[in-house]
Design a protein around this ligand. Sequence first.
Ligand code: AMP
Ligand code: ZN
Length: 462
Amino acid sequence: MKLYNTLSRKKDTFKGKKRVNLFTCGPTVYWFAHIGNFRTYFFEDILKRVLLYNGYTVKHVMNITDVGHLTSDADTGEDKLEKGAKRENKTVWEVADFYTKHFRNDLKSLNIKEPTVWVKATDTIKEQIDLIKILEKKGFTYQIEDGVYFDTSKLKNYGVLWGNKKPIELKAGARVEAILGKKNITDFALWKLTAPGVKRQMEWDSPWGKGFPGWHTECVAMSIKNLGIPFDIHCGGIDHIPIHHTNEIAQAQGAYGKMMANYWMHGEFLNIEGSKISKSIGNVVTVDNLIEKGFNPISLRYLFLTAHYRSKLDFTWVSLKASQNGLQSLGEKILRLLEGQTTKISAKSKSLPVYQKKFLDFINDDLNMPKALALMWQAINDPTLPNKEKYSLILDMDKIFGLNLDKIRKIKIPKEIISLDKERENARQEKNWPEADRLRGELQKLGYLIEDTTNGPKLKKL
Ligand code: AMP
Ligand code: ZN
């Protein structure tokens, strides 16, 4: 298996033990996750499915950020959870609970497998304080009025994820809201102190004073607690490269002298109708919005499959409609397969192992879903593949795609419906149109539609 590793900036052969330890940065539960966020969770789901397909077992840990994620990456601004609580006039805990549940429902709608372990930032405060204590002991921290900070100048190789490109937002002279007393522009908060006069719902005692942890500290404590160090793969969206993951690496390096994870993988962003997804633009789309507009959320999975996870993807309603159509026609082809309407070659086909090998090559080549999906279409339209083999090949491929193709069933039509349909057909033969129409209406009332197809009229369940 080859996976693109942001750390080495190339496709590396994956060398993991039988059990793979995977950490994926999870949602900040102050609002609904949008379809951009889900593009990243989808890519991670594909990664997990490909690992499983290759015979690995996966211990997947995902965090729930329920404190400490500020509205600005420069350690300023409000805590998103406290902001959410004010907006909804609820407690922070209620807000976190509501959006966590909603997030898990959305995962289900998109057929994204749940992690093995969920871990909340607020359940790991002790481990976070312990981590900061180690960093303090090793001389990587300093305290200012605002909180405890990591001194990035003390670390020899800070910023290994960047390659030779320093992120624009961290270049000297970049416009940032500076925090008084911060020594270097790249220094980041480990523990923020509750500001005098501010009433926070979430705060904890610490050796440095009452406050709350920094977002980057949370993920280090949560991942290492559950997966040890180093663990195999750490994932997130590309926006995590310049700051969040860079600062996670810095802390693990400082505290334990080790690289935190062996492979770092990042998914490209989803735009909507050509624009960055943003509340201020007002173009945020959620899974609920798709359902409200009559879309099957799985068609979003199909759309995501059409682009490589390291390429930008632009979501449009037109492209979603095309994906829904693609999914539908896939379903119809499978139905026809089940009904045995296509070729009935009984001998074992020679092309089956070729498809299987190609499929494995594509998915193991840094999760090349567009090629794998095109191969599925090629297989489904291949007249030399016998039905049974074709069907099991498609279901096998769907272990990766997750399009729920195994749920497509030949419908069992009750006897009385079949006899009503026969009566209607007789009426039609006798050119008794009023009677044929009456029976068609009767069938419709019972939930069956008669569709005119090239092979004559066909019963379909509504
Ligand atoms: P957040 O809740 O903001 O921490 O984001 C959750 C995940 O979604 C992170 O892994 C982000 O990198 C990712 N993400 C945010 N916006 C997008 C987007 N437009 N496209 C793809 N992934 C995104
Ligand atoms: Zn994280």
